[in-house]
Design a protein around this ligand. Structure first.
Ligand code: GAR
Length: 220
């Protein structure tokens, strides 16, 4: 499976995909990393690994729509099977990614549908939640609102801060993203009109990552 990653910053989720691919845990080829930030560490990671690294500068375009069209034209030229948003911090114009529906996913640091948007760790703490986590979902016109493929949960501790929660969640995000991409690359998960299908059957709730890094149907 040919994969393009979009990232605005640190790129640790990109690194997790590269590591899994290198260790033969993931049958993918990374065919491009695109960023809206020239200094994104994700671009350095890609370059160091010999992956095409492309900065598309929003300031070079008159409107958000023109930027998005140029970005997706460049993505299309890389001929990916799947586009992965991994810490891409811009809102995309749904018209620009319409041809990619079902082939574009995002990782988000909350148990969606809780806390779409920003400051998810702080919001989970302020709400007094006992569980937090991350979700991988298909991207749709609704911000962080597309069908969720998989989630990982962590417990919130009484002394957690937004930072401690983010730090504890991040390695779990990496495992979740790798596991979701593995199922997609194996053609086991796909987007259908009525939601997400696993092995041809509709899922009525997101898969949950277990301790072994496997995505399983949640019995609860
Ligand atoms: C990750 O925590 C990801 O879930 C989050 O940004 C971080 C990127 O880290 N994404 C969002 O908040 C998207 N709304 P990374 O650059 O190290 O992969």
């Amino acid at each position: 499976m040919r994969i393009v990653v979009l990232a605005s910053g640190r790129g640790s989720n990109l690194e997790a995909l590269i590591d899994a691919q290198r260790e033969a845990r993931l049958p993918i080829t990374l065919v491009g990393v695109f960023s809206d930030k020239a200094d994104a560490r994700a671009l350095d990671i890609a370059r160091a690994d010999g992956i095409a690294a492309v900065h598309v500068d929003p300031r070079a375009f008159g409107s958000r729509r023109e930027f998005d069209e140029a970005l997706f034209a460049a993505i299309a030229a890389a001929k990916p099977d799947l586009v992965v948003l991994a810490g891409f911090m811009r809102i995309l114009d749904p018209a620009a990614f319409k041809p990619w529906l079902g082939r574009i996913i995002n990782i988000h640091p909350s148990l969606l549908p809780k806390y779409p948007g920003l400051h998810t760790h702080r919001r989970a703490l302020e709400a007094g939640d006992r569980l937090h986590g991350a979700s991988v979902h298909f991207v749709t016109a609704e911000l962080d609102g597309g069908p969720v493929l998989g989630q990982v949960r962590i417990e919130i501790r009484p002394d957690d801060t937004p930072q401690s929660l983010a730090e504890r969640l991040l390695p779990q995000e990496h495992r979740l993203l790798v596991a979701c991409v593995a199922l997609l690359a194996g053609n086991r998960l796909r987007w259908a009109a009525n939601g997400v299908h696993l092995d041809g059957a509709p899922l009525d709730r997101p898969l949950q990552l277990d301790e072994d890094g496997e995505l399983v149907v949640d019995a609860r």
